[in-house]
Design a protein around this ligand. Structure first.
Ligand code: AMP
Ligand code: GLY
Length: 430
């Protein structure tokens, strides 16, 4: 039977998913709030709609006779898009609203880990009384991470002792309008991501990736959705051992088992501490940028994974090309605090050279491509080593026109990777 896949979402992650489906047998349709020129070119049809409106998504899915839907971002999952599609008999690769709470409600997520004895959970307390939260900051022996319980696009967390002092942290708690927050032990170490394809009780993990959340070079500045990322030609990253990777996979497996009926991508973000990997958070979808590291080296047909998931079959074993990848994002000037939306961007696609170019949250109009308040486009280098992949990505960025855009040139450079290795060695007392 020929498949018609509906892809929901218009960022770099979804452009990477679209590329996977471009080479498969499926007909592809896509919808997003912004018209992503990369996805629009690949898809047989592209509809601009509010993807957090489940009825609007379902209507488009029915119009195009979708047989499978892939939900890219978290907001539609939270809005119940997978539930709506399912109730109309369209298989959605992505969790229902209730299961997506593993990402969309950080208080739920921590309690879930604690209740099910899932390893790698930091000490935490949840609060809906902000005065009580401030008292806890005063009483707690050590630094805390302050996390709004709901979605903030990766930008809501403040870490005491890193980005803010205890006083500034309390001010943040008092002045932000959050209903519920989580205060948790500050974890010290190096972050990494492991993404798993999950369905029918199967868990198939991808190589580890390291994202860079901070806006400026040298890990300075505010947290962002992610400025860029790298993966190695092996499963682990240069600062980790295979045992660290396996520990992270065991945590994901324990989580899937406890969730019982989870399907879609389960993304674990870990801190490699002196005591091994601890969970920073789970996401109910691919990472963005991490999808752009993982999917270009995935050699298994993505459509085969989707159809196996839908048909209740065992998921195929995943094959990944033994290549390193480096992804660098170009974001609007001022991102994330004061991004300049509506600026025209020039993207000279021919100049991307050996790099892959992924459009993200830009909007294609009749007279050109414009920035939104989110990340604009990414380039990805693939090669035998991180260093070579970095050079390919960097060369592509240089020629892609930097007008009005900002990027982190340090991501994937040997000095930064070495700092990560030294950091972990220092923590482990090696
Ligand atoms: P999140 O939105 O949960 O991904 O958090 C954003 C960033 O905050 C993470 O990438 C970490 O750098 C940092 N962070 C979150 N939780 C902690 C923690 N418990 N300890 C230290 N840093 C954290
Ligand atoms: N790269 C972090 C995220 O997708 O949430």
């Amino acid at each position: 039977m020929s498949e018609t896949v509906l892809l929901i979402g218009g960022g770099g992650r979804e452009h990477a998913i679209a590329r996977e489906l471009e080479t498969s047998e499926a007909d592809l349709y896509a919808c997003a709030g912004n018209r992503n020129p990369g996805i629009a070119r690949i898809a047989d049809g592209f509809e601009t709609l509010e993807t957090t409106n489940p009825k609007a998504v379902l209507e488009f899915a029915e119009d195009v006779d979708a047989t499978i839907a892939v939900v890219g971002p978290e907001a539609p999952l939270q809005a119940g898009v997978a539930d709506e599609l399912e109730s109309a008999g369209i298989y959605a690769f992505g969790p229902k609203e209730a299961e997506a709470r593993i990402e969309t409600d950080k208080a739920f997520q921590r309690r879930f880990m604690a209740e099910h004895d899932i390893p790698g959970c930091p000490d935490f307390e949840t609060f809906d009384d902000m005065d009580a939260a401030c008292d806890f900051v005063d009483e707690y022996d050590g630094d805390l991470a302050i996390k709004p319980a709901g979605l903030t696009g990766g930008k809501g967390v403040k870490v005491i002792g890193d980005q803010v002092t205890a006083e500034e942290g309390k001010e943040y708690i008092r002045e932000s309008d959050y209903d519920r927050i989580v205060l948790e032990e500050r974890l010290i170490g190096e972050e990494f991501t492991v993404q798993a394809f999950v369905a029918n009780g199967d868990v198939r993990t991808a190589p580890a990736v390291q994202d860079h959340k901070r806006a400026y070079e040298g890990d300075e500045g505010p947290n962002t959705g992610g400025m860029g990322s790298y993966s190695d030609a092996t499963t682990a990253l240069p600062f980790m051992t295979d045992a660290d990777y396996d520990d992270a996979v065991s945590i994901i497996e324990a989580t899937v088992e406890a969730l019982e009926d989870y399907r879609g991508i389960l993304y674990g973000q870990f801190m490699l501490t002196s005591e091994g990997p601890k969970v920073i958070e789970f996401n109910a979808r691919f990472g963005d940028p991490e999808a752009m590291n993982t999917l270009p080296v995935l050699e298994t047909d993505f459509l085969d994974i989707l159809t196996a998931a839908r048909d209740g079959d065992s998921l195929p074993a995943l094959e990944f090309a033994p290549q390193a990848t480096v992804c660098k994002y170009a974001v609007p000037e001022g991102y994330p605090t004061d991004p300049e939306a509506g600026a025209k961007v020039q993207v000279d696609e021919e100049s991307a050279g050996d790099a892959l170019l992924y459009y993200a949250s830009v909007d294609e109009r009749d007279d050109g491509i414009y920035t939104t308040t989110s990340r604009s486009f990414a380039v990805v280098g693939r090669a035998d080593s991180i260093t070579e992949a970095e050079t390919i990505a960097e060369d592509a960025l240089e020629v892609a026109g930097e007008e009005g855009l900002h990027m982190r040139h340090d991501i994937g450079k040997p000095e930064l990777v070495q700092q990560r290795i030294d950091h972990v060695e220092e923590l482990r007392g090696e």
